[in-house]
Design a protein around this ligand. Sequence first.
Ligand SMILES: Nc1nc2c(c(=O)[nH]1)N[C@H]1C(S)=C(S)[C@@H](COP(=O)(O)OP(=O)(O)OC[C@H]3O[C@@H](n4cnc5c(=O)[nH]c(N)nc54)[C@H](O)[C@@H]3O)O[C@H]1N2
Ligand SMILES: Nc1nc2c(c(=O)[nH]1)N[C@H]1C(S)=C(S)[C@@H](COP(=O)(O)OP(=O)(O)OC[C@H]3O[C@@H](n4cnc5c(=O)[nH]c(N)nc54)[C@H](O)[C@@H]3O)O[C@H]1N2
Ligand code: SF4
Ligand SMILES: [Mo]
Length: 764
Amino acid sequence: MENGTHFRTCHLCEALCGVAITVKDGRIDSIKGDENDPLSQGHICPKATALQDLHEDPDRLRRPIRKTGDGWQEISWDEAFDLVANRLHQVRSQHGRNSIGVYLGNPNVHNHGSLVATMPFLRAIGSQNRFSATSNDQLPHMLTSLEMFGHQILFPIPDIDHTDLFMCIGANPMASNGSLMSVPDIRGRLKALKQRGGKLIVIDPRRTETAKVADEFHFIRPGSDALLLMAMVHTLFDEDLVDPGPAERLVKDIDLLRLASVPYTPDAVSHRTGIEPETIRELARQLAQTRKAALYSRMGTSTQAFGGLATWLSYCLNILTGKLDTVGGMLFTQPAIDLVTLGAMSGQKGHFDKRRSRVRDLPEFAGEYPASTMADEMLTPGEGQIRAFVTVAGNPVLSNPNGRRLDKALEGLDFMVSVDYYLNETTRHADVILPPTAALERSHYDLIFNMFAVRNVAKFSDALFKPADDTRHDWQILIELTHRLERLRKGGRLPLRSELGWRTFKQLGPDPILDMLLRTGPYGANTGPARKFLQPAVDLVMDILPERHPLRSLVRLSPVNREWNGLAKGLSLAALRDNPHGVDLGALQPSLPNRLFTRDGLIQMAPRRFLQDLGRLHEALSTDPDGDFRLIGRRHVRSNNYWMHNSRRLVKGKERCTLIIHQQDADRIGLKAGDMAEVQGGGQQIVLPVEINEDIMPGVVSIPHGWGHDREGIRQSVAQSHAGTSINDVLADDQIDHLSGTSVLNGQSVSIKAWQAKTSRQSA
Ligand SMILES: Nc1nc2c(c(=O)[nH]1)N[C@H]1C(S)=C(S)[C@@H](COP(=O)(O)OP(=O)(O)OC[C@H]3O[C@@H](n4cnc5c(=O)[nH]c(N)nc54)[C@H](O)[C@@H]3O)O[C@H]1N2
Ligand SMILES: Nc1nc2c(c(=O)[nH]1)N[C@H]1C(S)=C(S)[C@@H](COP(=O)(O)OP(=O)(O)OC[C@H]3O[C@@H](n4cnc5c(=O)[nH]c(N)nc54)[C@H](O)[C@@H]3O)O[C@H]1N2
Ligand code: SF4
Ligand SMILES: [Mo]
């Protein structure tokens, strides 16, 4: 780019902050918040400056490398593509299509090029052994949305700017900047909530950064949220506080939910949750009696033993108290590229348990098996065993429970390829690494997180820098591999039509697709005066067509969709280019019943799968907690999952990879500040420094995720000198939420003791 200031969206976390990047003499001179960004209005966090560090990082790979007997060797793109396509094809021909496993990591969803290219790529691979970060993250939300609203990515988002009560359970947005709630400047928004007389309540096993700015805070025993939430449901019925408001005529099976909640009195759950019965009742009353209120739950409630139930109950509580689809409550978004409607149109509303994984008999969700069973599928011989593996933008050796076992499993593969720009804990096992261009060398449109933002916005930015010579974008890598794999599958040649199709795609890239989706979307082309004549005709056709006719979705996805009549029009890529700070499409609005995708058009309050899981919850009600510690995770604002520790600016300062333990527990087992503790869990152990305070619930300990860069053979010099240890080395991979298949990343039991050699630190 020429010198000057470039505006774009930071793609690192879900918050969608607008950044203003100034370039001088071809280099980044400064990165600031973009005051004119309609969503973030100037806010950024310390990670934004790492955009520069990532861009300039000498450790970042620029060319394909291949593992040889004596280290890594750079090879040409053509050689690399040939090698990878041939090896994958070979494995598939020899052992069948399921012998190739694929893992897609989190950064894919921040990259519209990858998203567009992934579908054809997965089709070309053709394997059922697909995995992603979803099952270590938001899977319970997807399952709940699918079961209750009929669509896997139709999430209710807190209307945080208009609410008077924000009840936050199992989330720490002050550190994470929000999840399934793209919310730049949460601090400012919470301050505004208080200024208008509103209230923040936090429920968490740790007095987090968010808890510290709350008006009310309650410790909760890890993994017991479903009990708490069920007791709140119980209270609502018991005290006659149920009033679904505008959703009243849309809810189905409320009585089943009432019946299910009968045994869960606040008194019965108090012992397990650690929350007083009267406090539980009061929480339910506050939610019911505050007109504009939102109950929001995230990672802490979804990645635990009852993740599915807890997430379902948190949605139910919002509905029972009339918060769903109301301003100041929980609202569905109306993004400019409406993947919800598009997905429904193309048969992608989602599915669950259509088939089961080979080794552990775990259910698929949307075509993926739980990531916690990846190693089983690699290590267990038999037909369908994974022998070749592809990772795209993921670091499962660190991000998946029982990382050491996965290390071992990856070592035993016949072939592995990683699309990634770092040689890290996972990609070190690859035979070939294909590095994409850096983020600032590609255009950006947030397809996913605009769907979850607290305001409807749209923004597009062209690449800031021209890609370095002889580099490839993620989408180019995936499409090239797809093309070659398809050719090999067809014996070397494709029919002319497909050949032309692939070539056109390679020529155009993903941006023209964005343009088309914007133009045909809710804020797309203006039909102008023609609308007057067109609309009655369309309405008539819609009246006549059967409910499930495919033409209906086509109309739904066109500018003549009546539901979209009131929206601003004229969005296209060109329009977004003319508005480099982004376009404000307005506050979230009620949208029911139109936005529902269930067969009967109703909200399913008591889906069978959830009811069936209640037996397990009931057992938990009567089981006494054991004496072990419960391990939970934590996030820090200067870190992002497993890949940002190579930025010196982000890792500097006090050691952050510590075990937080309550004073009382530390005294009991003889730990002092600065000591090293040995943590044992999942049959393994790690050693790390302790941090003692009273911000954590007694009986609970916390270790942040993201660390563990002390493994051999990685090339991330800064991260290696701030290695830390990996929490996932002491989390078992056979502990899952049995309803959804999500990994239990919070609440596993561990034992702690002082580590003997207190001077040196290492992984035990
Ligand atoms: N114990 C525990 N485990 C957890 C969590 C937890 O809280 N506790 N959190 C879970 C959650 S929420 C998530 S989302 C997962 C994340 O788990 P993963 O998705 O597996 O890990 P990331 O760190 O997001 O992956 C980053 C990888 O992508 C590469 N990368 C970055 N940008 C790009 C790009 O543009 N293109 C390509 N090709 N590669 C890129 C990086 O180099 C790095 O290798 O971890 C989960 N695991
Ligand atoms: N700085 C930073 N920001 C990030 C990320 C990051 O790694 N660093 N990762 C991004 C990603 S991929 C995601 S998915 C989001 C996640 O965003 P959040 O959902 O906000 O995730 P956390 O900050 O881990 O907050 C989870 C909270 O749950 C609590 N908790 C643990 N167990 C339980 C329990 O059993 N019950 C209850 N009620 N609470 C419990 C933890 O103490 C913690 O405070 O953050 C995103 N943003
Ligand atoms: S909160 Fe930080 S990392 Fe997240 S989008 Fe904003 S600037 Fe980027
Ligand atoms: Mo995540």
